[in-house]
Design a protein around this ligand. Structure first.
Ligand code: SAM
Length: 260
């Protein structure tokens, strides 16, 4: 396993200018207009400059403050993780949750902080960035109970996935290309709920009919096929999205075994 260094990026003003107001709305993070302007489109680090936007006494604000004090993650990573978690947490949870392609580990940390029914979160990634240790420290500072729940189980999904218990909930944010399909296949094999935010799709290997891909676009064609696969395996599937102002790769696919 390798440890990556973390390189912060600077804000891209053209991206902010290009945002359409209707796209801006965040649902999980309740930010004022001033804070939304500061966060959305910012590709830099969530650093102490952002502390003034985390003024509440609630756990999410306290976690945000602890992350910002450590300059632990990028603003975009924070927004993505919070908004994704907010969309899927009710349907996709189990005593064991695996945050696959976890990288910094924010999604898993949010499960440990906020979901009482979750006893254990496993972070799985073949490569661990320095930001992970800072995320863990921030989580434990604001929620000491998270220490007993958060477990680094890093390595290749093909190895670590095999050790997950039946019924484990799987979450994966931007698990590149076919890794998302591996996550869905693992969820079906384990019989637990799953949520993904797909990113690049391996279009050359698209299983969607060419007509569907042409009419709806290759990415949507790919996700339609994923949906069929899940439904055939007995899952109820929902599509949702996080704000396109956070990422253009914003479709959320959540699925859980259909009760008879
Ligand atoms: C695009 S990053 C997404 C990271 C994070 N979830 C996020 O959204 O910021 C994809 C991550 O998947 C990990 N990864 C790629 N292939 C993997 C595999 N076969 N098993 C485990 N991790 C893998 C990479 O190391 C990388 O951290």
């Amino acid at each position: 396993m390798t440890v990556r260094t973390y390189t912060p990026r600077v804000q891209d003003p053209s991206r902010v200018a290009a945002l359409v107001p209707g796209e801006l709305r965040l649902r999980t993070l309740r930010l004022g207009a001033d804070a939304e302007r500061a966060f959305l489109g910012n590709t830099g680090t969530l650093d102490p400059h952002f502390l003034r936007h985390f003024t509440g006494a609630g756990l999410l604000d306290r976690f945000g403050r602890a992350l910002a004090e450590r300059s632990a993650v990028r603003v975009k990573e924070w927004l993505e993780a919070c908004e994704f978690f907010g969309r899927v947490r009710r349907r996709v949870r189990a005593p064991v949750v695996a945050d696959i392609a976890a990288s910094h580990g924010l999604v898993g940390a949010l499960y440990a902080l906020f979901e009482r029914s979750v006893a254990e979160v496993r972070w799985i990634d073949r490569s661990v960035p320095e930001s992970r240790a800072a995320v863990l420290a921030a989580a434990v500072e604001v929620a000491p109970w998270a220490a007993a729940k958060l477990r680094a189980d890093d390595g290749w999904l093909a190895e670590r996935g095999a050790a997950l218990p039946a019924g484990a909930a799987l979450v994966a944010v931007h698990a590149c290309g076919a890794l998302t399909d591996d996550v869905l296949a693992l969820a079906i094999a384990r019989g637990g709920p799953v949520a993904v935010l797909p990113c690049c799709r391996p279009h050359g290997r698209s299983p969607a009919p060419a007509a569907v891909a042409r009419a709806l676009g290759g990415d949507t064609g790919f996700d339609v096929d994923r949906t069929y696969r899940l439904e055939r395996a007995g899952y109820t599937v929902r599509w949702d999205a996080i704000s396109a102002a956070i990422t253009p790769m914003n479709r959320v696919i959540a699925a859980w075994p259909t009760r008879e």
